[in-house]
Every structure is written in C-alpha cells, then in structure tokens.
Design a protein around this ligand. Sequence first.
Ligand SMILES: Cc1ncc(COP(=O)(O)O)c(C=O)c1O
Length: 431
Amino acid sequence: MTLQERDFKVIWHPFTQQKNRKPPIPIVKGKGTLLFDELENEYIDAISSWWVTIHGHAHPYIADKLYQQAITLEQVIFAGFTHEPAVSLAERLLPILPNDFSKIFYSDNGSTSTEVAIKMSLQYWWNSHKEVTDDGMEKPKRTKLLAFNNAYHGDTFGAMSVSDRSVFTLAFHDKLFEVLFIDTPSENNITSLKELINKEGENIAAFIYEPLVQGAGGIKMYEAVWMNELLKSIKQHDIICIADEVMTGFGRTGHLFASEYMEERPDIICLSKGLTGGTMALGVTACTDRIYEAYLSDDKLKTFFHGHSFTANPLACTAALASLDLLLEEECFEKIEWLTEQNKEFANQLESDFLSEVIKNIRTLGTLLAFEIVEGKDEYLNNISSTITEKALNEGVYIRPLGNTVYIMPPYCITKEELEKVYDTLLMLIS
Ligand SMILES: Cc1ncc(COP(=O)(O)O)c(C=O)c1O
C-alpha cells in the first residue's frame, strides 16, 4: 500500500471534507522553503505551512538545539517544577513584547493561548471586582466580552465564542457564549464605535482582537490609526485588551509584533505559530502586573486553575529559544524588510496590470500579500480555492486560498528566485 492509501484508511484530516477528498500529498522531507514529496517533486511552501514556519523547514540550528535538549530533559510536569528552557524563554520574551508584560503563561497552541487569555481576563473580574446581586449571590462586576466581526481566535469553545459566527462555528452556535461583536475600525465608523464603547464600556470585561490583520477571516486588513483611536476609547473604560498575535507575531507584519504599529498597547498578548519557528507546538499568554496581581491571594479559590500536560514542554521552549536566536539576527530583519518591499512592488504591479473584473482588494502588510479573485461569492466555501491550489502545485508552489481570497505568507528565508516563482505562479493563475 502507498502512504496515501494507508492514510486514507486511518486518518481524519483537519478542515477537510473527507468524502471524495483528494489524496493528501505525502511529504517526506523539508528544507528551507521547500517541501519534497515521495516522487521527489518539490513545492515552495508559500504559506509557511499554516503560517508557522518562519525560518524554513528542518532548520539545522533549531534541530541541533532540539537534539541536545531531547537527550537532556524532554518533558517534566510544570506545577511544582521548573526548567531552564521555560525560564530562559520567558526572560527573553518579556523585554521584546509590545508592553510592560510581567508574566508568561505557557500552553500548547494558538487556540489554547486565546482560551487562556479569555479565562484569565474573566477570572480577573471574578477575583477582584465582585458584587452581590439582589438574591444574595456573588457575581463578577463585568462578564461581557467584546470582539470583532470576522474574527478567528481558534477552535476550542472559548476561542470559537469570540470568533465570528461562520461556517467554522455553525454546528455549535447554541453552545457558544454571547459576545458583543463590532466592525474593525475605519474612518467611517470610528465615531459610532466610540459611542457604543461609551454606552457599553462599564459592562465589558475584555476585548480580544487580531491587530491589523484578521487571518482566517480572509486576511482582512485595517488601519493602525483607527485601531489606536478605538483602543484609546476602550482603555478609558478599564477593559482588558487582549492582542491575539498568534498569526501576526514574530515579524509577520514587518514589525516584531503588529501591536507596535499602535501607541495603545494590550494588557494580554497571545502567541504561537512562529514562536517556535514552526518546529514544535507551543502557546504563550503574557499578562501585565495588573492582571497577575488579581490572582495573588490567601484565598485558594483565586488560583488560576488551568494547565495542560505539556505546559512549557522543554523541547518546545528550546525550539522557541532557537527560533528567537535566528529571528533577532540582523540578517533576518533585513529579509523581512526585503520581502515587505517586494510585496509592495508586486501589489503595485497587480494594481496596474489587472482589471477589477479579475481580482480586487489587493493588499499587503509586511510579509503578507492578499487579494480576492472575482468569481463566485466572497466566502470560505468558494470552490475556486481547491482549483487554485491544484494549479499552483503543478507549478511547484503551495498556496491554500481561503475561499476566493488568495494570499501568500512565505518563510522569511525565501530566496529571490523562489519569490519570483511564487509571483509568476500567481500571475499565471489570474491571467
Ligand atoms: C489569530 C489566530 N488566533 C488563533 C489561532 C489558532 O491557532 P491554532 O491553530 O494553533 O490553535 C489562529 C490560527 O490560525 C489564528 O490565526
């Protein structure tokens, strides 16, 4: 039996309708931007394998550090024990995060990092601002959450609740908690958004947002100037601001973190994906002292009762430390800047060469570039996605459009020739 046949018998793949599914491509090796299949075909991974592989595949520096850690300490319970990689990673992350964060809480992936942030902020209000209701019950002063329409924060229940009600969440709507959803800010709506915040602000416990780019919702971008205005207004009401930088973190948008584009900074930040250079699963939720101190108490009920078997796994923390070494080298930021410029030039070319009947909404921020194909509805279920993926694969480029939204998010180590090949493939697809 081939690997594909064996896979078909035993595997259920994510985000994949299993009926009549196309056989998955058996990948046997990765190197830099390239993925190699069983037949030695090679593909440029133009979306960094679901936005994680920032330094390319099988990076020898990360691999070597992992090997050394694996023969030293591979895993240890993180309640009552600690270890060097977890402490070093927290020590190195805190000074580079986009605010005065004071503590790092580890978990396993992007969804758990936002789940932790949601629980952390709700329990903040429970721990420190309770009131007694008419029937003598104690309840936190604030319980409402605020999020953006079109948001995506992950697939666990809390993360789904603060995400847009979409095809991803449809089967669970009656199980999701209520959230106040607003549009991302713009020149046109900022006044009405501020009015709403002034009206509702004192009831809102926390606001969660993907800064400047909504990823899975269709790589939708919005402007820092209006986001800063909105954050200013939200912060006036003491609402906890949670920046979900799972996708935008670690250089993706041109800055180390997208929150750096705004003066108003978050109280909690969620990280994953590029955190380990895409090598291991790891989530981080960092908070400021304001949040942490609400948990310090002689009352054991004010403990944050959350954790996972693999919390702060030493291998994952080691991969993150190695990835940070690579990311913080000058050469890496030069590559990010170069990629940013190339994307801008290519976006200008698309803008001038292509009719609005073919593609629309050409946009770019840092290493990201996206546009919509004008065919069918603007939605995730648009079938054009699989057609485009297949055609690009035939050219040796891997992309995975979100419906009719075509985007690239390459590893920062992509070469000039590889990037040209990706752009040429996009041109071929829309010509
Ligand atoms: C902004 C954002 N938050 C959270 C998640 C969930 O991360 P994970 O897939 O690691 O659970 C994603 C995944 O795409 C994301 O883009």
